[in-house]
Every structure is written in structure tokens, then in C-alpha cells.
Ligand binder design. Structure first.
Ligand code: ADP
Length: 267
């Protein structure tokens, strides 16, 4: 789809993921919404699909109610409901921030579009996204618990949505905001000598995958390594850019094709 950007607001940037708090990072959400509106104003042909990580709103619940390996008890069923309520809350907060800047949005809950089997997506319906995008509406989806053929319910990462939309809608670009400048030679939070990898291509992908570490915060769905593996599998020819959403200005630059510190993935 021409002029389509699939954007990820990482859980590490729009929630207090590292502190493991059920809290939205309002400051970041506020400037991200503003920059989105400014980019649309400068480039009215832009179409945007927004995928949000949920940080603790998902991961903490999944651990607390033991939701990662099959749902068997009423207590776990209750946990699924609670998790989905909390993840939908993140979507509502994001939507509120966008509406403030007069951006038209539609919440597309992940459990309405994705079915998994043993924690892997086996079907993903991109129709609600297409319909919204054609009307100039920004569809918003979060990581959430979805139906699972073997486990009843299982957690679906926002990155699954990114991969599916990349595959099915062939966007111009995928832009992923996180809490570091991109993919480094090691976890930059643990290793001060870690260097930013500015380009990932077929040539260096295997080497990069070997070096990247896991996320520092509780993340049942894989951290940076899992993210990159899935992306590499499913991006096809779509270009992706990973950048720091904690720094104001970066999102707008990414959307307008301006220079910024980041990792570009072209496979
Ligand atoms: P998000 O919630 O934004 O999707 P994650 O928490 O899943 O992001 O992944 C981002 C985190 O991954 C960073 O905060 C960083 O500490 C960690 N990380 C681990 N290894 C690397 C690496 N090689 N390069 C960049 N970040 C890494």
C-alpha cells in the first residue's frame, strides 16, 4: 500500500516498562502524538497503522496469572480478561492522545484479528486495517492475549502485528520506536561499549543475531533478539527503521525521511 507507514510505539517507550509499573509514559505519548499530527500535516498522503507495545500491562499480568503456557483454570481465565482489559487501556490512552491532535483512529483489538497455535500466529485478518486506512483512519492495535488453538489463549506481541501488517499490506516502511537508538552489538544498558549497528542487511544478519541480547525488563515475548528474528523472517522486502522514541523529534524525522540515529533494516 502506497504511502503506508506501520509504526510501533514500543512498550519500553510509552509505558514504564523498565520500572515494571502499570503506568503510561505520558510525556512520550504526548510528543509522539504531536509529531504524528505534524508529519501528517506536512505529508497529507501519509497512511498510518499504529501498533503499541504494552510493557507491564501485558507482561506482568502474564507472569502473575501464569498465562504463557496454556489456560486451564478459572483463575487463569480471569487473568486473561484482566490482561486484555489492561492492554486495551493502553490502546485507549494512545487513542486519547491522538484524538487531541484531531487524528482519526479506530481500535482494532488483537484478539479480533489474530489466532495463534502454540503461541505462533496461524491466521491474521488484515481487512479491518485496510478498511480503516482507506478511509484515512489510523488503526491502533496492541500486544494482547489472543485465542490459541492448543493453549486456549496465548500472548501475542505487538511485533507479530508489525510482521503481519508488513507482510500483508506491503507498507513503504516500518518504523519502530523503542527506548534505545536501535540495535547495538550488545545490550547498551548493560554494556557501555556496545555500538549502534546502523545497517542490517542479508550480509550481516546472522552475525548481528548472534550478538544481540535479550530485553532487560520482563518480556515474555522475546526482547530485542526475538524482535529482530521475527522481523527478519517476515519483513520480506519492506524496509524497517528502529529508533529511540524517548527523544522528541525522532518520530517525525523517521516519518519524513530525515536523518536520525537509528538502525535501518533492509533485507
Ligand atoms: P519495546 O518494548 O520497545 O518493544 P524491548 O524492551 O522488547 O522493546 O526491547 C528493547 C530493549 O532491548 C532495550 O531497552 C535494550 O535494553 C534491550 N536490548 C537487548 N539487547 C539489545 C541490543 N543488542 N540492542 C539494542 N537493545 C537491546
Amino acid at each position: 500500500m502506497e504511502n503506508l507507514f506501520v509504526i510501533k510505539f514500543g512498550g519500553s517507550s510509552i509505558t514504564k516498562k523498565e520500572e515494571n509499573k502499570f503506568e503510561i509514559n505520558r510525556e512520550v505519548l504526548e510528543f509522539a502524538a504531536k509529531e504524528l499530527a505534524e508529519a501528517i500535516k506536512q505529508k497529507p498522503e501519509l497512511k498510518i497503522a499504529l501498533v503499541c507495545g504494552v510493557g507491564p500491562f501485558g507482561h506482568t499480568n502474564v507472569v502473575k496469572y501464569n498465562l504463557n503456557n496454556g489456560i486451564k483454570t478459572p483463575e487463569q481465565e480471569k487473568g486473561v480478561k484482566q490482561t486484555n482489559k489492561d492492554c486495551s487501556f493502553v490502546a485507549e490512552e494512545v487513542i486519547k492522545a491522538l484524538v487531541k491532535y484531531k487524528i482519526k483512529t479506530k481500535y482494532v483489538p488483537g484478539y479480533d484479528v489474530c489466532v495463534q497455535d502454540n503461541k505462533k500466529a496461524v491466521s491474521f485478518d488484515a481487512k479491518p486495517y485496510k478498511e480503516a486506512l482507506e478511509k484515512g483512519i489510523v488503526p491502533v492495535t496492541t500486544g494482547i492475549m489472543v485465542k490459541d488453538k492448543s493453549l486456549k489463549w496465548s500472548p501475542m506481541s505487538g511485533d507479530v502485528v508489525i510482521a503481519e501488517l508488513a507482510r500483508q499490506l506491503a507498507p513503504e516502511k516500518v518504523v519502530m520506536g523503542t527506548d534505545v537508538d536501535g540495535i547495538f552489538t550488545a545490550d547498551p544498558k548493560k554494556n557501555p561499549n556496545a555500538e549502534l549497528i546502523t545497517e542490517i542487511s542479508k550480509q550481516n544478519l546472522a552475525e548481528v543475531l548472534e550478538r544481540v541480547g535479550e530485553s532487560k525488563a520482563t518480556d515474555v515475548t522475546g526482547g530485542m533478539k526475538g524482535k529482530l528474528e521475527k522481523l527478519a523472517e517476515q519483513l520480506g522486502g519492506v524496509e524497517a527503521q528502529i529508533f529511540n522514541l524517548l527523544s522528541a523529534g525522532n518520530l517525525k524525522k523517521a516519518l519524513l525521511g530525515q536523518k536520525l540515529a537509528c538502525t535501518r533494516i533492509r533485507l
